[in-house]
Ligand binder design. Structure first.
Ligand code: ATP
Ligand code: MG
Ligand code: MG
Length: 301
């Protein structure tokens, strides 16, 4: 197959691993900076051009779209879809999961376990929002945050009000969420490929830290999931319409709850913690799925 990895940086661990795994399996592969792609949007012959070159004859693309480039990145993926190139993850699925609020709404509609979560537009509704999630302690989250930045634990009601007001003052969109204390500062990253969990790790936050992000000093280790955790991860990816997804769960008293679903999950942490060749699993999936043609988008909304 001819595979293009849509990534801004060929030197990133995940990009390198995908490229090497594809080569090892005998595929022709190249890394394409999607921000340098431009598009010819004509219905009879849609095209993607990269630095003046017509990208033709590509069988599959692997989108690795950065969180801050969702708008343009998904447009490039969509253009490849118009050319009947198989996308490892579809553009609509990527957009859907990028918006944390939309993601949680779709998961809740599917009956998947979530922390009780509230969202409001007006600062006048702060009190109601706090009551809705069962009062403090609670977690306030920037809708657009990553790597644990913009995720705050408010221990009491006064602190919660102050944090919400501060974010509001900055015109930032936020979620207010029940604090899952019993998770003990740990979460589960479940790596789903083609409807199966191929690797899973438990990330434990640093001492005294409720956030488990590795960027915040968390430690990762291989973990054995319960059947319920496994099926929650698989269903969440399916609901988003993602073939490749990193589903983050917390272990709560009321079973596994989903925090978020990532459409370009990193490979470095998960491969190091589990020893699984995740990049190889992704290429293997493409080999099976791409020849069957474009994926029918399985999710709505
Ligand atoms: N409701 C909650 N209860 C307990 N812990 C939480 C809760 N929400 C988040 N956390 C902890 O904080 C960490 C960061 O939160 P979250 O994953 O939502 O944001 P983020 O990491 O900034 O976003 P991204 O994963 O997209 O980079 C989680 O990994 C988890 O350990
Ligand atoms: Mg996270
Ligand atoms: Mg994320």
């Amino acid at each position: 197959m001819k595979i293009a990895i849509l990534s801004r940086d060929g030197g990133l661990y995940s990009t390198r691993r995908l490229r090497d795994a594809a080569r090892e399996r005998g595929h022709e592969v190249r890394v394409v900076d999607y921000l340098r792609c431009y598009m010819d949007i004509t219905s009879h012959r849609p095209r993607v051009l990269f630095q003046g070159e017509d990208l033709v004859g590509i069988d599959a693309v692997i989108p690795r779209i950065g969180a801050s480039q969702t708008f343009y990145g998904t447009a490039v993926v969509r253009q490849f879809e118009m050319m009947n190139v198989f996308p490892c993850n579809e553009s609509t699925a990527i957009s859907r999961s990028r918006d944390k609020l939309r993601c949680l709404q779709l998961l809740s509609r599917a009956g998947i376990g979530l922390p009780v979560t509230g969202f409001s537009n007006s600062a006048k509704d702060i009190g109601g929002l706090i009551d809705l999630v069962g009062g403090a302690p609670l977690v306030v989250k920037l809708l657009e945050g990553t790597q644990g930045v913009g995720v705050v634990l408010a221990e009491n009601r006064k602190a919660a009000e102050a944090v919400i007001e501060a974010f509001r003052g900055l015109k930032a969109d936020i979620l207010v969420q029940e604090f899952i204390k019993e998770a003990g500062g740990a979460d589960l990253r479940c790596f789903v490929v083609g409807g199966r969990v191929v690797a899973a790790m438990l990330r434990q936050g640093a001492e005294g830290e409720f956030r488990s992000n590795l960027h915040r000093g968390g430690q990762a280790a291989k973990v054995k999931l319960t059947p319920e955790e496994r099926s929650t991860a698989v269903r969440s990816a399916k609901e988003m319409g993602l073939n490749v997804a990193g589903v983050d769960l917390l272990r709560s008293n009321h079973g596994p709850v989903v925090m978020e679903v990532n459409s370009s999950p990193g490979l470095e942490g998960i491969e190091a913690a589990t020893g699984v060749d995740v990049a190889g699993k992704i290429i293997e999936y493409l080999e099976k799925a791409a020849p069957k043609g474009t994926a029918k988008d399985k999710a709505k909304g």
